[in-house]
Design a protein around this ligand. Structure first.
Ligand SMILES: [Zn+2]
Ligand SMILES: [Zn+2]
Length: 191
């Protein structure tokens, strides 16, 4: 694992700026990896799947440190609006969920009451102990084979729109294989 300052330099480049979210995210991921005993997330990249629970600044830092990417299927997004991530070790089948404590913001303010909020948070999140910043819990995550990186399976063509569907995401209705969109689970509507 790299050091906190090394990760923060990389995070500033990857994310576009340094912010309290980067510091908290780097700390959160380092904490999770340490718990799992993964010391080199780059060398161990096939070992780790990470679930993030928010799409904010902190997520970019978690993905950077854990070396998990959406495009590699090693980063999973659950839109729960929570500053938390679960790190799953595929080798040992252990998983640990690290969540930012609700009290961490106040702890940061108390540490540097005279600094502007953002600056104080950046400094405090770099220094406060893990136990003040995060709660951690050992959990079990059932990752289906089709959700794992490297899954190979047949590609199905939607009986309605004709588009290809990967990773067993088709929905069988009246004997026809439909994509989620054609099955009614749409996030857009045609104009
Ligand atoms: Zn940011
Ligand atoms: Zn379709």
């Amino acid at each position: 694992m790299k050091t906190l300052p090394e990760y923060l330099d990389l995070a500033a480049v990857a994310h576009g700026h340094i912010c309290a979210g980067q510091v908290l995210g780097v700390r959160l991921a380092m904490c999770g990896l340490r718990e799992l005993g993964i010391d080199d997330p780059v060398a161990d990249r096939k070992r780790l799947v990470t679930y993030v629970e928010i799409d904010r600044c902190v997520t970019d830092a978690v993905a950077l440190v854990a070396h998990c990417r959406l495009g590699k299927r090693a980063l999973k997004f659950r839109d729960w609006g929570k500053v938390a991530a679960t790190f799953c070790d595929l080798h040992t089948a252990r998983a640990v969920r690290i969540a930012a404590r609700e009290s961490s913001k106040q702890a940061a303010r108390d540490m540097f009451p005279d600094l502007p909020k953002e600056e104080g948070q950046q400094k405090a999140y770099a220094q406060l102990p893990d136990d003040i910043l995060f709660s951690k819990e050992w959990v079990k995550v059932d990752i289906h084979p089709e959700d794992l990186p490297g899954f190979k399976g047949p590609r199905v063509v939607c009986a309605q729109c004709g588009e290809g569907i990967n990773f067993k995401r088709e929905i069988i209705r009246d004997g026809r294989a439909l994509c989620r969109s054609c099955a009614g689970d749409k996030y857009y509507s045609s104009l």
